[in-house]
Design a protein around this ligand. Structure first.
Ligand SMILES: [Zn+2]
Length: 483
């Protein structure tokens, strides 16, 4: 799956040359021997000599490519997905009932747990979140959490790429005693070339406007500008944050940040949730700002972000899972499926539908249907797919991900297009936006390294001794914390 000259996705035959953590070259082919180039038409394994021998150009390419050549036949290769907002370690809270919906999930629930966890706990729990991410076809996460160096260790343990934003707090929250360490960790990660060679980078991570002072925001802005790092934070994510800003500063969180000049300094900014961002707030954000929609998580801790307003305001946005504690899943593709139905799901709540419901007739039914027609298909499958591929993959100045092109991180998923979940696999948009595709992962490469074993992707990971040891350690730590 390659971009054409306009950036649109196309499926074309190609060989991908990998060197170190990156793609060195993409060799496009006229044809894959033995295939009519319809994904799923002839997915026999690459050991089938007959399929490989009937194209002179193909044979010549295979002969001249340096190093070890793996033939995936006519299987579909895509970039691995990019999950633009995660807290991997909070997978430990999956399935815990947040209880009374009037309470804040962040302040009353997460903070209570997070006051007690240590850096080794964070590493152990984040490994589990990283494994789940890989099994969902995610090759890179934008993670925001306490003990940032422990998150880096977890990513390296498991082989997942990430942009780690060590959480900065000084006003409230479990990290308020550690902001100096975490600001230092941000710099340490950014300067570590061995981490970069494994696809691990850093971003500057103030937590939110109700937990971070003006002084710490300014320090964060200094580091972002000096090291050319993106800013990654929550913004207007809760009613508590919005009220705090109005009470403390007399203005909205966005207006307050703008007054600090923080928004002019980083090369790019990633703002999670933006639920209490008004039209005038959106007008204060410039082209370096990207908003994050996490539909399932937002429906648990608050409500879905008004992405149609973001589209109207021409603000770039991406799609992420947030943490497993408020989502119960790190499967990024499920979020695309939800957004695919975003427009239609507005209809039952509309005045037009309420009118039909109270006084049904053809006119009011037509009126509700007209709304459905207007609201549906707001986003093409291709546009949604871009929000988990190259849009978040191009937000960091230090690397490119989410695309198969020379220089990008070699994060590639190989799909078994004969798998019943995605067969006949004629349209990538349909596969990844609407189908339940992740069971059809045949093989995966992250930062140039193979993850698991081709043909037994899931079993080779969950059946490995590394996974078993990671799970046992995480389980023991969870029991200890609960005790
Ligand atoms: Zn978050």
């Amino acid at each position: 799956m390659l971009p054409d000259s306009q950036g649109a996705i196309q499926v074309r035959p190609a060989a991908i040359e990998i060197a170190g953590p990156s793609i060195r070259a993409v060799h496009e082919l006229d044809n894959v021997p033995g295939s009519d180039n319809v994904p799923g038409s002839d997915n026999v394994p690459g050991s089938d000599d007959a399929r490989r021998s009937d194209s002179a150009a193909y044979s010549e390419l295979i002969r001249t490519l340096p190093g070890h050549v793996i033939d995936f036949g006519s299987r579909l290769l895509t970039p691995a997905f990019v999950n633009a907002h995660t807290h991997l370690a909070l997978v430990a809270l999956r399935g815990v009932d947040p209880g009374d919906a009037r309470h804040s999930l962040v302040e009353d629930f997460f903070f209570h747990f997070e006051e007690r966890i240590t850096a080794p706990d964070v590493r152990a729990f984040a490994r589990m979140g990283a494994y789940e991410s890989l099994l969902s076809g995610v090759g890179l996460v934008w993670d925001h959490y306490y003990s940032g160096l422990a998150i880096c260790d977890a990513l390296r343990d498991v082989g997942l790429c990430g942009v780690v934003a060590p959480t900065l707090q000084d006003q409230a929250g479990p990290g308020r005693q550690a902001w100096e360490d975490q600001l230092e960790a941000t710099e340490t990660i950014a300067r570590d070339s061995s981490l970069a060679n494994q696809g691990v980078f850093s971003a500057v991570g103030p937590h939110a406007t109700d937990t971070v002072s003006a002084d710490l925001f300014r320090r964060a802005g200094d580091v972002a500008e000096r090291l050319h790092l993106p800013l990654h934070m929550h913004l207007s994510q809760s009613i508590e944050e919005y009220e705090h800003s109005l009470e403390q500063y007399g203005v909205s969180p966005v207006t307050w940040l703008r007054s600090l000049d923080v928004l002019d300094r980083p090369p790019s900014m990633l703002f999670a949730h933006a639920l209490f961002c008004s039209q005038s707030d959106l007008e204060l954000l410039d082209a370096r700002s990207t908003l994050v929609s996490c539909p399932h998580s937002q429906m648990v801790f608050a409500f879905p972000a008004p992405v149609h307003r973001w589209v109207q305001a021409r603000i770039p946005w991406v799609v992420a899972t947030d943490c497993a504690a408020s989502n119960d899943s790190m499967n990024l593709l499920k979020e695309l499926r939800t957004l695919n139905g975003y427009g239609a799901s507005q209809v039952p709540w509309s005045d037009a539908y309420q009118k039909f419901f109270a006084t049904p007739d053809v006119k009011s039914a037509r009126s509700a249907w007209r709304l459905r027609t207007e609201q549906t298909n707001q986003f093409s499958a291709e546009a949604l797919l871009a929000k988990v591929l190259d849009v978040p993959g191009r937000l960091h100045p230090a690397f490119v991900a989410g695309v198969i092109e020379p220089g990008a991180l070699a994060n590639v998923v190989v799909w078994d297009t004969n798998h019943p979940n995605i067969w006949p696999a004629t349209d990538p948009g349909s596969i990844f936006v609407r189908a339940n595709a992740t069971a059809a992962i045949h093989a995966m490469y992250v930062a140039g390294q193979e993850i698991g074993r081709a043909g037994a992707f899931c079993e080779s990971i969950t059946g490995s001794s590394e996974y078993r040891e990671a799970r046992e350690e995480a389980g023991e730590r969870l029991v200890r914390l609960a005790g």
